[in-house]
Ligand binder design. Structure first.
Ligand code: B1M
Length: 213
């Protein structure tokens, strides 16, 4: 049963069929599937294939946009099915996608899972200027500043966030965590971020470590 739904989810994204994506997400949730399993094994497999086809010129921008739109609709349903919860560790986490980058599907999953684990989360959206990361963190009283980026060209903004925090003399007030498809532990070490997370579950683990460490 799960395998069939994963397959349907993948196909819906590959075809850019938003209605099918919504139906499949609802069907999966209604039959008691774990929302993150459905996301990871179905929808994310589909969007990763779309990315590969786009990169190799076998699929073009309009189709990428349709698949992205189907993915966004499915993600809304999946995220809504992840209940906000009380965790064992509490803390305030600001999360945003960096300036110049509009990719936010992964970031919204990260936000949903952070909330599900009881963290107090401020989502500053996508294409968010560096000043917003810093000013909003100050206002919100964040413990952790999290940035997401999907483009190799905008990875440098994560480094600039580190630099601007240092310039403002407030780097030590915060822990930082970086994520996004091209981001690696090596990149995090290079720019001086406190943590790197490969996916949303890893993000929860790392945030807990940062808050308790
Ligand atoms: Co774009 N895009 N895109 N795109 N897109 C990529 C990233 C690309 C790799 C595709 C490819 O060529 N293979 C490529 C980048 C190449 C590069 O930089 N080297 C690319 C490109 C080129 C572009 C445009 C330039 C295309 C164009 O216009 N010619 C353009 C850029 C626009 C801009 O930002 N300025 C563009 C636009 C778009 C859409 C708008 C159509 C759409 C985004 C819609 C949206 O996000 N609302 C889109 C999509 C959907 C993709 C792919 C296919 C899928 C991204 C995605 O949603 N993945 C992507 C290919 C790929 O990544 N395989 C691609 C699913 C998501 C759940 O995973 O975001 O990685 P991800 O998040 C994961 C982890 O990374 C981690 O946890 C998440 C959950 O597990 N994580 C964190 C992420 N952030 C984290 C933060 C954390 C912790 C963990 O802590 C703070």
């Amino acid at each position: 049963m799960s395998e069939t739904i994963y397959q349907e989810a993948m196909e819906a994204i590959l075809k850019g069929d938003a209605d099918k994506a919504v139906d499949t997400a609802n069907k999966g949730i209604d039959t008691g599937m774990d929302p993150l399993d459905l996301m990871n094994n179905g929808f994310i497999s589909g969007i990763n294939q779309v990315g590969d086809l786009f990169e190799t010129g076998r699929l073009f921008l309009p189709q990428l946009v349709m698949s992205a739109s189907a993915m966004e609709k499915a993600t809304e349903i999946i995220n809504a099915a992840i209940p906000e919860g009380k965790g064992t560790v509490s803390g305030k986490v600001l999360v945003g996608t960096v300036e110049g980058d509009v990719h936010d599907i992964g970031k919204t999953i990260v936000v949903a899972l952070f909330k599900a684990n009881g963290f107090d989360v401020l989502d500053i959206g996508r294409d968010a200027p560096i000043e917003q990361f810093i000013n909003q963190a100050e206002k919100f009283g964040a413990d952790i500043i999290g940035s997401s980026t999907l483009l190799t060209t905008t990875m440098a903004v994560q480094k600039q966030i580190e630099e601007e925090l240092k310039k403002a003399g407030i780097r030590e007030k915060y822990k930082t965590i970086v994520g996004g498809a091209p981001v690696t532990q090596r990149w995090a070490d290079r720019i001086g971020a406190d943590a790197y997370a490969q996916d949303a579950s890893d993000g929860v683990r790392k945030v807990k470590e940062l808050l308790t460490g």
